[in-house]
Structure formats: structure tokens, C-alpha cells
Design a protein around this ligand. Structure first.
Ligand code: PFF
Ligand code: NA
Length: 441
């Protein structure tokens, strides 16, 4: 059967950007930046995106298009009867794990669409957030609705709906972010936040800064779990991978940096703690909205857009799991989507309860959601990333990679990919993984 293709290069870039841009940019990036001292983290993060993120992004796109397969099938095609397809299986496991708690956080965002209506300048946002996440019915309901939406899109087939959604979403998201930034930087006391965000304090560098930057690079670009392999498998031969990957990287980084610009000046203006963790976005941005004309309106729209951005990411995760079952086990798309989606919903319940019934849970000092996040972003994604770069660098071969990635490209890359993928990426990421495990355990 002929494999469906994205209808244009823009279609692919939009879909891949849709996968990349999501909670990772607006929720995770700001709080990780906040706990790592601000500007200095951004510098190391940008280096990670460029020297680790970009070559892996190009590898996954090329590998996917070359094989036209889901991640496991892709490894099987090039290295049959070896253990390599297990790397693809690891990706399917990551998709499963990440989506389960991603949907919980997306559910918080959905709840805030409704909650926004009652926000005032007097609201106690830290209390609203902690009350919400430690309650039961509402978070479960929204987690369920979010998973249902994800399932509905994937059950109906991936290619068509996504492009249209992202095309409309992105410009509106950018406009609201700009309005937020204008309000945030003009608040009294915003200057301290700008300094935190822009002026690197080199004395604050630790190994943790590097491990957090590298794992954020994987998460934000949807790398190390086959989502980009899967999307690449639908990419037409006419399009340049070097360039498409460049666009995705630029869009994703832009949204993350803008989110930080909206958040940090306000954090300092309102006397909040930049290192407060996963609540940062949910506590800070509503407070900024209450200081804006038509604040409620913008807040509703913003959390709606955040939900859609999360949805275009979540569908790419579920698609990995579903396309694997379709290609390898001949499952029907609908059955695979609903069954796996429901299982993922269930796996998401423990992290959700981590703020209420399971609040006594602690794994190496982390709550359930942080544990899922740690396991995914410090073990699964980088582990898969190392193996993928070794595979591309040494088994599939840099020559095959560059042939695929340079096709129809205005700029050609070669030796730099070889250097990064064969040696630097595996070595650096492996070091970061081992160091992080050593430090955490
Ligand atoms: N890149 C997404 C984000 O930044 O929100 C998260 C994500 C999507 C991670 C898809 C992994 C993935 F396969
Ligand atoms: Na992202």
C-alpha cells in the first residue's frame, strides 16, 4: 500500500513543529530554566539544541523517510535479525510513558480555560494551583477529556487534520505571547526578572545545568522516541531535511524563549520564586493576565491555545504507539488508538494522584509525576538518542544519512554530521546520563 504523504513541505514542517511545540516550551522550559539559575541555563540549552538536538532531529527525519516505516520497522528494515529494533521498542515505551503524564499536565491547562473566567487581581494563584492539582474529580476529568481528544484525532488518521490546526494556531499563539511579554516587562519590578533571564551568572554552572539542558533539548524537539522517525516516514522525497529540521528547531526555540520572556519579568515583579518548579507557568501567567485589559478573554484564549499545542504534541506520541501496532501487527487504527489511549489514561492516574492520595510516594525524593518525567527525560529519551546516533553514525552510515538529508537542500552538510553523530553526541549524552544517575541515586 502506498504510504500517505504530507501534502506539502509546509505541511510537514507544521506537523513536526506541532509535535515539537507544546507543554515542553511553555510549561517545562520555563520551570527548568528557573531552577537552573536563568540565563546561564539558556546558553547551555541553546548549545544543546544546536549540537545535540539538530543532528538527531536530522537523523530521525532521514531515517524515517528512507525506510518509510514506524521506528521498530525502520530498524528492522536496515538491520534485520539484530537487536537494533529494540531501540524502536524503547521509543514506543517512551511515547507511552511521556504521554501518560503529559496528558495530566495538559489537563491542568484545560481546567485553566474554565478557571480563567473567575480570575481577578486579588486571586491567590499559588493556592489555586495547589488546590487544583491536589483535588481528584477535576484533574481526572480533564486528563480523560484530553486523552479522548488525542485518541479521536489518531483514531481518525493522522495526516490531514494536524496541518490545518497548526497553521491557524501558531500565529495566534505568537500574538498572545507578544502581548503577554509587553505586559510582563512593563510591570513594576520586571527589571530583576529580565536580568535573571538575560544576564548569565557563570558561577551558577553545575553539571546539573548540562544534564537539565540536554534532557530538555530531547523533550522539546520530540527526540529519542521515534515521533520524528514516524513523521519523517510521511515526508515527500522532494523536500529538504536539512532545511525542514532547521525550521522546526527555530520555531520551537522561539516559542520557548518567548514563554520565558513572558514569565520571568512577572515572576520577579510579583515576588514569586523562579525555582518553584512545575507550577511556575500556571501561577505566573494568570497573574499577568489579571493586569491586562481584556485579561480574562486573553487568558481563556491562551489556555485554549496551550491545550491545542499540547494536543498536536500528544497526537505525535500516540501515533508512534499506534502506527507500530498497525504496521507490525496489522491492528486496525481505531482499535489500536482506543485501546492504547485508554491504557495510557490509566498509566497517567498515579502521577495525577501524586498530589493527593499518593502524596506520600517518593522515589529518590521525587513525587510520582517528577519520577515519570525523570525516567522519560533522563533515561529513556537520551538512551534512545545515544543508540540512534550510534546506529546512524556507524551502522546505517553517515553517507546514507547525508544523501537523504541533503536531498534538494540548498545547503549541504556532511563532515559535521559525521563528527557529531559518530562521536560527540553519544559521548556527551552518555556522560550526562551516567552522571545524572549517579547524582540522583
Ligand atoms: N516536544 C513536545 C513538547 O515540547 O511539548 C513533547 C514531546 C512530544 C516529547 C512528542 C516527545 C514526543 F515524542
Ligand atoms: Na517543544
Amino acid at each position: 500500500m502506498e504510504r500517505e504523504n504530507w501534502t506539502s513541505r509546509l505541511g510537514f514542517i507544521l506537523a513536526a513543529s506541532g509535535s515539537a511545540i507544546g507543554l515542553g516550551n511553555i510549561w517545562r522550559f520555563p520551570f527548568v530554566t528557573g531552577t537552573n539559575g536563568g540565563a546561564i541555563f539558556i546558553l547551555i540549552y541553546l548549545a544543546s539544541i544546536l549540537f545535540i538536538g539538530y543532528p538527531i532531529l536530522v537523523s530521525e527525519m532521514s531515517f524515517g523517510r528512507f525506510t518509510s516505516k514506524n521506528p521498530i520497522g525502520a530498524f528492522k528494515k536496515i538491520a534485520p535479525k539484530t537487536a537494533w529494533p529494540w531501540v524502536g521498542a524503547l521509543g514506543v515505551l517512551s511515547g507511552f510513558t511521556i504521554l501518560s503524564y503529559y496528558s495530566v499536565v495538559a489537563g491542568w491547562g484545560m481546567a485553566y480555560i474554565v478557571k480563567s473566567i473567575n480570575f481577578t487581581a486579588e486571586s491567590n494563584f499559588p493556592a489555586i494551583f495547589s488546590t487544583h492539582i491536589s483535588s481528584l474529580a477535576e484533574p481526572i476529568l480533564w486528563h480523560g477529556i484530553f486523552m479522548f481528544l488525542t485518541i479521536a484525532v489518531i483514531g481518525a488518521g493522522v495526516v490531514n487534520g494536524i496541518q490545518r490546526l497548526v497553521k491557524v494556531l501558531m500565529p495566534i499563539l505568537f500574538v498572545i505571547m507578544f502581548l503577554l511579554i509587553i505586559r510582563s516587562v512593563t510591570l513594576e519590578g520586571a527589571a530583576a526578572g529580565l536580568e535573571f533571564y538575560l544576564k548569565p551568572d557563570f558561577s551558577a554552572i553545575t553539571f546539573q545545568t548540562f544534564t537539565d539542558a540536554i534532557s530538555q533539548a530531547f523533550f522539546t524537539l520530540s527526540l529519542g522516541m521515534g515521533a520524528i522517525i514516524t513523521y519523517g516516514s510521511y515526508l515527500s522525497e522532494k523536500e529538504s531535511i536539512n532545511e525542514s529540521a532547521g525550521y522546526v528547531l527555530i520555531f520551537d526555540t522561539a516559542v520557548a524563549l518567548l514563554a520565558g520572556f513572558a514569565i520571568f519579568p512577572a515572576v520577579f515583579a510579583f515576588g514569586l520564586d523562579p525555582a518553584s518548579g512545575p507550577g511556575l507557568t500556571f501561577i505566573t501567567l494568570p497573574a499577568v493576565f489579571t493586569q491586562m485589559p481584556f485579561g480574562i478573554f486573553f487568558s481563556v484564549i491562551f489556555f485554549l491555545l496551550l491545550t491545542i499545542a499540547a494536543l498536536t504534541s500528544s497526537i505525535s506520541m500516540l501515533e508512534v504507539v499506534v502506527s507500530f501496532l498497525i504496521d507490525e501487527y496489522n491492528w486496525q487504527r481505531k482499535k489500536a488508538s482506543y485501546l492504547m489511549g485508554f491504557l495510557i489514561f490509566l498509566v497517567g492516574i498515579p502521577p495525577l494522584l501524586g498530589y493527593s492520595s499518593f502524596s506520600n510516594f517518593s522515589f529518590l525524593g521525587m513525587d510520582v509525576l517528577d519520577t515519570y518525567d525523570w525516567f522519560s527525560n533522563y533515561i529513556l529519551l537520551p538512551g534512545c538518542g545515544i543508540l540512534t546516533s550510534i546506529f546512524v553514525g556507524h551502522i546505517w552510515g553517515i553517507e546514507n544519512l547525508t544523501k537523504e538529508a541533503n536531498k534538494n537542500s540548498r545547503f549541504k552538510m556532511g563532515s559535521i554530521y559525521a563528527l557529531l553523530l559518530k562521536y560527540i553526541v553519544p559521548a556527551v549524552v552518555l556522560f550526562m546520563m551516567i552522571f545524572n544517575i549517579y547524582q540522583t541515586v
